[in-house]
Design a protein around this ligand. Structure first.
Ligand SMILES: [Zn+2]
Length: 189
């Protein structure tokens, strides 16, 4: 498998890096992305690919379930760097269809760390549990995925630096949903 990565890298150099030498030589000196993308680690939702963005345009944090934790230095340092140093103008939280994390949130299993991590998203399931009508399994799954985007947006606003930047009009927040069946990205919040 690792050979595929090196072969792919060679194709990247020939088909993208060399033909766009000016773009990449600028990037070699520094980055100034305008967007912080908080997405799921799922291999089907690569932000640059699904938005046809170029290298240097999106600052990325991905984890299981596109979670915004309030107790995680990894996430917090990415957020601080994006806002205070890169001065991104937009923050995206992107959820997606057929999300394995949201399925895990809605099922019992023997994993140790995944359920603990998903405590950061548990309220999304509870909101859907409280819906007062029968839901098809498909509808329930999608609702949890959408509720999770709303919940993580709340978590994001728990950070004083986000609230401040938003109040001062320096940053806009967007909750997006990617449908792996159609390839379509839509704004849900
Ligand atoms: Zn996912």
């Amino acid at each position: 498998m690792i050979d595929n990565l090196f072969d792919g890298n060679q194709r990247f150099i020939e088909k993208d890096f060399k033909p766009h030498g000016e773009h990449y030589s600028k990037l070699a000196k520094g980055q100034s992305p305008k967007v912080l993308w908080i997405g799921c680690s799922d291999s089907r939702v690569p932000p640059e690919r699904i938005t046809c963005s170029r290298a240097g345009e999106i600052f990325v944090h991905r984890n299981i379930g596109n979670v915004v934790p309030n107790n995680d230095w990894n996430f917090a340092t990415v957020l601080e760097y994006a806002l205070q140093h890169l001065k991104v103008s937009d923050i995206v939280i992107c959820g997606h269809g057929d999300c394995g994390a949201m399925k895990a949130l809605d099922a019992d299993n023997n994993d140790v760390y995944i359920p603990l991590w998903l405590n950061n998203a548990r309220r999304a399931k509870q909101v859907v549990d409280a819906v007062d009508k029968p839901l098809s399994p498909q509808d329930r799954k999608r609702r949890i995925e959408l509720e999770n985007i709303r919940l993580q947006m709340e978590h994001l606003r728990n950070y004083p630096l986000v609230r401040r930047a938003e109040k001062e009009g320096k940053v806009s927040l967007h909750g997006l949903y990617y449908d792996p069946e159609s390839g379509k990205l839509t704004k849900v919040i």
